[in-house]
Every structure is written in structure tokens, then in C-alpha cells.
Ligand binder design. Structure first.
Ligand code: 6GU
Length: 225
């Protein structure tokens, strides 16, 4: 799949996509991620991407023209499944949304900034408005990185052990069971005996019980669905 991210701060997230699993997904040809600097789509010598709001409100508003130019240039090359806008008043991003979006061929993510963007962009160019949670960030770049990470990691082949993406917390509405590695006894802090028993069926049963107990205690809301 291909994700095009449009931002005024490309340097804020370029490093992120050049690391670890995001980098490997791209090197394996499983994901293509392009970060576009919105200022490259301006046509004035000041490379202005924002302007004063009508109505005399405080703050600046992102202009239509560079955004439309950038989105149109991308759309001229290929069809996009969604043109996403990151905004605190969008639909809440969650695992089911990540699962759905990971089936897309091509996605655009426009990062919100300043006080807002000219609302006509949202009315005419955006197909999906997404928030990553009930708090306010200074810009949509981290939200775009969060979404792209969650979407790309579940593309088959991105995580070598496919089971591990599927058996995660939230993928089945249960929190993950605790995991341990050596040493089995660290200064008296012991790994549960069952995990050292070699009894596979009993270990699976223990993991499920741990998942259920942790979910009931920490996130009872997940069990109500
Ligand atoms: Cl998508 N953008 C901003 N600026 N703040 C947020 C957000 C997005 N999601 C949660 N907070």
C-alpha cells in the first residue's frame, strides 16, 4: 500500500518512517510512504501556507490553494481510497479503523495545523476526518505517524511472526498476557512456574486467563462490547 502524508513539518516525522519496522516494511516493498512539504505547492515567493481568518478570530488558518494543488497532483497519478484529515474533532482512531484502512491501496493523510484549515477543504477534498484521542496536539504530524504505524504494521509480512500482530492487545478485545524472558529467577523475582512447565495446552489456558483477568481489571469497557 501507499501512504502520502502532506505536512508543513516533514522533518518532524521523516526520521520516524526511517526507523525499525516502518523502514523494513518499505525496504521489503510492502509499504510506500511519501512525505510532501506543503510549502512546495505554494506559488508566492514567501511560500505562504496560512492566512488570517475571516471574521477576526485569533490565530491563522491554512489556505486552500497549496493543499488543493498537492492533493490534485497526487490524484492525477492514481486513485485514492481515502483523503484523511487529522483533527481533534474527527472520528476516534482505533484498531478496527486501522484494520479497515490497512486494506486500502492508496491513502492521503493531510496533517492539520495552526488554528485550523479553511473549512471548504474539509467539505470538498477530505473524505475522512480522524482524531487519535481526546487531547489536543500542536499539529497533526504525530497523529499521522501513529495512524500510519498502526496501519502498516498489520500488512501481512510486515511483522515477521504474523501471529504476533494478530495476538496483540486490542486485536481481539483482550489485553495481552504478561511475557517473560531469562533469567527465570532474577534476585528472587520469579517467572510463573507454568511457563517453565513445557505444557503447551496449560500455558495457552493460563495466557487466556491472564488476558481475561487483566482486561476485567484494567479495561472492563472492552468486555462490554
Ligand atoms: Cl488528529 N490532531 C491534533 N492537532 N490533536 C489531536 C489529534 C489530531 N488527535 C488527538 N489530538
Amino acid at each position: 500500500m501507499r501512504i502520502d502524508i502532506i505536512t508543513v513539518l516533514p522533518e518532524m516525522i521523516e526520521g520516524f518512517f526511517n526507523c525499525s519496522i516502518m523502514k523494513r516494511a518499505q525496504n521489503k516493498g510492502l509499504a510506500e510512504i511519501y512525505i510532501h512539504n506543503l510549502r512546495d505547492y505554494t506559488d508566492d515567493k514567501y511560500r505562504r501556507v496560512d492566512d488570517y481568518p475571516f471574521g477576526g478570530f485569533a490565530g491563522m488558518v491554512m489556505k486552500i490553494e497549496p493543499i488543493e494543488r498537492c492533493i490534485n497532483a497526487l490524484k492525477a497519478e492514481r486513485d485514492y481510497d481515502e483523503v484523511i484529515f487529522t483533527t481533534p474533532d474527527g472520528e476516534q482512531f482505533d484498531q478496527p479503523m486501522a484494520n479497515t484502512l490497512s486494506l486500502a491501496q492508496n491513502l492521503i493523510i493531510l496533517c492539520g495545523h495552526f488554528k485550523g484549515i479553511d473549512f471548504r477543504i474539509r467539505e470538498h477534498l477530505i473524505t475522512k476526518e480522524v482524531s487519535i484521542g481526546d487531547y489536543v496536539l500542536t499539529g497533526g504530524e504525530l497523529a499521522a505517524a501513529v495512524m500510519a504505524d498502526a496501519i502498516v504494521r498489520i500488512i501481512p509480512g510486515v511483522i515477521s511472526d504474523e501471529q504476533s500482530a494478530l495476538s496483540d492487545s486490542f486485536q481481539d478485545n483482550l489485553l495481552a498476557a504478561p511475557v517473560y524472558t531469562r533469567p527465570a529467577d532474577y534476585k528472587g523475582w520469579k517467572v510463573p512456574d507454568i511457563l517453565l512447565s513445557g505444557h503447551e495446552a496449560k500455558i495457552k489456558e493460563w495466557e487466556l486467563q491472564q488476558s481475561l483477568e487483566r482486561t476485567r481489571r484494567l479495561r472492563p469497557d472492552l468486555l462490554e462490547e
